[in-house]
Write a protein that binds this ligand. Structure first.
Ligand code: ADP
Ligand code: MG
Length: 703
């Protein structure tokens, strides 16, 4: 695009210095191009005229009706004085109300006449009311002109105060369009436009701001999303090519004694087909000569740990060290204990390193790492500290990946001359294309099968006023020898309030389940590690009946005899978190239960989430629902925020269909023209250069 697009918006008629300053500050809009790509975030459809009966309480933002004024009245005195017009169409009645501008509106509105009425619907005593509607005489020029769609631009309080809300924006963008329209050139090759039925860029930009019809608006949105996601996918895939060329991977040429002995002597159960497949996939990567970057997705309880362990054994068989990093101390400790138990007898040395490892112990571990006598190191983010050095780190596992920040993960790379192979294990199932996008260029493996013999968990939702009943059920389960988790929300670890919740909760549980008949332990992040361990240990050994905890137990804890998960204030948890929590039970042979407690007042999203939990046990299904309910912006558990890719119009969550198509398109393009050198792809190369990722993180290097 030519120079005009780089002009400063302060030169645009209708903007000026002061508003320009605010647009810079508040919305990051500096140039004509920025403004041109500042799209409305929603549209008001003035092409639709509602019948009054059609309008219900379901939260329509705006409605337009065509109705006859039956009666007008001035009601009330002083501040309460208002002008009310009773209107009706063939289907029902409504009331129009004005508190201001009464004298003016009185002259305008005549009894017996029909008007086009537009405004926000509300209901008072069951009567549809519109306060301060816009009203026009139908068929008048002015009304006809307005009967179209128009966009609403996102704004801020400061902008509104400076009179730079939607109206000003619309006018400014109209002016802008007059200036830039002749210079808008196509950004996608003809063959792509043709093949995927996309409208030209110029038409799309015009209609995104000034939709000429619903249909054109949809086409404009589709075209712009397609382009944006295509640029993103091309760039991700290209980075992958670059990485593969650049990074040599360690070669794990053989499967040796450790692996084979483990397989024959130590494996406590036969692997599922899905687990075997994943091991084969990792195996193929590690003999390819390329560095592996693989995401392993598998629902809670699908058995990712053993797969990770067996991959580490292959590394050890080839003379490399391996490490496994978990997000919490509890989880790291648990991995350590179970891994150690599994592999000790074949002579593998496993150590645990966390923030609370004592100095002496620490020195011993450092020594073992450098000398290479430690084969497998398990730990928390303490593994990332600079002083942790390996002799020959070849394989890294990151468990429950979503808990680690991007930067933390990238630090693992400095632990080895060559980047080690990386396996990221995540139980937050997300659709494949989304995963490929969020996690850069990771290859993906999926465990889509649970170990045999698991009984589906029964999930129930109770309001708080049925607590007694729930307690009764808990007593009954304990009498049958089962153990129970009671979890309280912990939204931010720093929030004192949340700890108060869990501590109060503990007290009320102890009151309802008095010792010595019942033993209840409490575990949360603010406790001393020793106290925490003690509580965990009692519960694991079956000496405690109930464990009261925050969501620190959300990931990974494994106590097969625990068969009931009670989640307090369940409405405060996100869907995937709830699903993770539920995954703590259902690990033994007994029928397990997940009980979601909530207050009586639920938001509609909250209600839908709990209903979804009750309806399905399938993590992938829930993930899809979560996306629909939330959109990608706050896709739970991913640290990356919605603007990581600086998307203007596409939503990685909500536009999954387009994303999927575009991924395939990008793959095909690069297959035919790896460096975008062909003349037909000249525009794509330009597009890529223009949409260089805003953030400097190289996604291919972090996971
Ligand atoms: P997650 O994928 O949630 O990390 P885990 O690795 O913790 O799951 O495994 C959950 C439980 O299932 C563990 O008790 C583990 O020993 C058991 N398990 C794993 N694989 C199998 C299998 N193939 N057959 C039976 N039990 C298995
Ligand atoms: Mg796990």
């Amino acid at each position: 695009m030519g120079n005009v697009f780089n002009s400063d918006i302060k030169f645009l008629a209708g903007i000026g210095e002061r508003r320009a300053y605010l647009l810079n500050k508040e919305l990051g809009i500096y140039t004509y191009k920025d403004l041109l790509y500042h799209f409305p975030y929603r549209y008001i459809d003035r092409t639709k005229v509602y019948a009054i009966r059609e309008i219900d309480d379901s939260g329509l933002a705006y409605v337009q009706i065509k109705a006859r004024v039956e009666r007008v009245q001035l009601i009330g005195q002083g501040a309460k004085r208002r002008f009310v017009a009773q209107v009706a169409d063939a289907t029902g009645r409504a009331e129009l109300v004005w508190f201001q501008g009464i004298e003016w509106i009185r002259k305008k509105v005549e009894e017996g006449r029909e008007y086009i009425i537009f405004g926000k619907p509300a209901f008072y005593n069951g009567v549809l009311s519109i306060v301060h509607p816009e009203i026009d005489i139908p068929m008048a020029e002015s009304a006809l002109r307005k009967l179209c769609m128009y966009g609403i631009y996102s704004s801020t309080e400061k902008l509104n105060k400076a009179n730079a809300g939607t109206k000003t924006m619309t006018t400014a963008i109209r002016n802008l369009w007059e200036i830039v329209a002749p210079y808008v050139t196509e950004t996608l090759p003809d063959y792509i436009l043709g093949r995927y039925n996309l409208i030209p860029l110029k038409e799309a930009l015009y209609n995104i701001h000034f939709p000429q019809s619903n249909d054109l608006l949809a086409k404009a949105q589709y075209r712009l999303k397609f382009e944006e996601l295509l640029a993103l996918q091309l760039s991700l895939l290209r980075q992958k090519n670059i990485r593969i060329n650049k990074n040599k991977g360690f070669l794990f040429t053989k499967v040796g004694d450790y692996f084979n002995r483990f397989y024959e002597e130590c494996l406590p159960f036969p692997l599922t087909e899905a687990q075997k497949r994943v091991i084969r996939e990792v195996r193929a990567d590690t003999v390819s000569g390329q560095q592996m970057n693989r995401l392993l997705q598998g629902d809670v309880g699908s058995g990712k740990t053993i797969v990770g362990l067996m991959c580490m054994l292959i590394a050890v068989d080839n003379g490399y060290q391996a490490c496994m990093m978990a997000p919490t101390e509890i989880l790291a400790t648990q991995h350590y204990e179970s891994v150690k138990e599994l592999v000790e007898k074949i002579g593998i040395r496993v150590e645990l390193l966390t923030g609370s490892t004592k100095k002496k112990e620490r020195e011993r571990i450092d020594e073992g790492l450098v000398s290479g006598t430690i084969h497998i190191l398990i730990g928390t983010h303490a593994l990332l500290e600079d002083k942790v050095m390996f002799s020959n780190l070849g394989f890294v596992i990151i468990d429950e990946q979503h808990r680690f920040g991007v930067e933390q993960r990238s630090r693992l790379w400095t632990k080895s001359d060559n980047p080690p192979h990386v396996l990221v294990m995540s139980a937050t199932p997300i659709p494949r294309t989304l995963a490929m996008t969020l996690y850069g260029d990771l290859d993906i493996s999926v465990i889509d099968e649970l170990p045999p013999g698991r009984k589906p968990i029964k999930t129930l939702h109770f309001y708080d006023n049925r607590r007694e009943q729930v307690f009764g059920f808990m007593r009954d389960q304990i009498a049958r020898g089962r153990q129970i988790y009671v979890v309280y929300p912990l939204i931010k670890e720093s929030e004192k309030m949340d700890y108060k919740n869990v501590e109060d909760g503990y007290e009320s549980i102890v009151r309802a389940f008095p010792p010595p008949q019942y033993v209840t332990v409490i575990v949360h992040g603010k406790m001393k590690p020793a106290d925490k361990d003690y509580g965990m240990q009692l519960f694991k050994n079956g000496q405690a009946h109930i464990m009261v905890a925050t969501s620190v137990i959300e990931v990974g804890v494994n106590v097969p005899n625990a068969s009931v998960m009670v989640v307090e204030s369940a409405e405060r948890f996100g869907l995937s978190q709830l699903h993770q929590l539920r995954g703590r039970v259902g690990r033994g042979a007994e029928q397990s239960y997940c009980i979601l407690m909530s207050g009586a007042k639920l938001s509609s999203v909250g209600r839908k989430r709990l209903a979804a939990m009750v309806a399905t046990n399938d993590g992938f299904e829930l993930a899809e629902m979560d996306l629909k309910l939330r959109g990608y912006g706050d896709l739970e558990g991913t640290q990356q925020s919605g603007n990581m890719f600086d998307l203007k119009i596409a939503s990685i969550g909500k536009d999954n269909d387009i994303l999927q198509l575009v991924r395939a398109v990008a793959e095909e393009i690069l297959e035919n023209d790896r460096f975008l050198e062909k003349s037909e792809n000249v525009l794509l190369l330009q597009l890529l250069k223009m949409t260089k990722m805003q953030k400097t993180v190289d996604f291919s290097q972090i996971s």
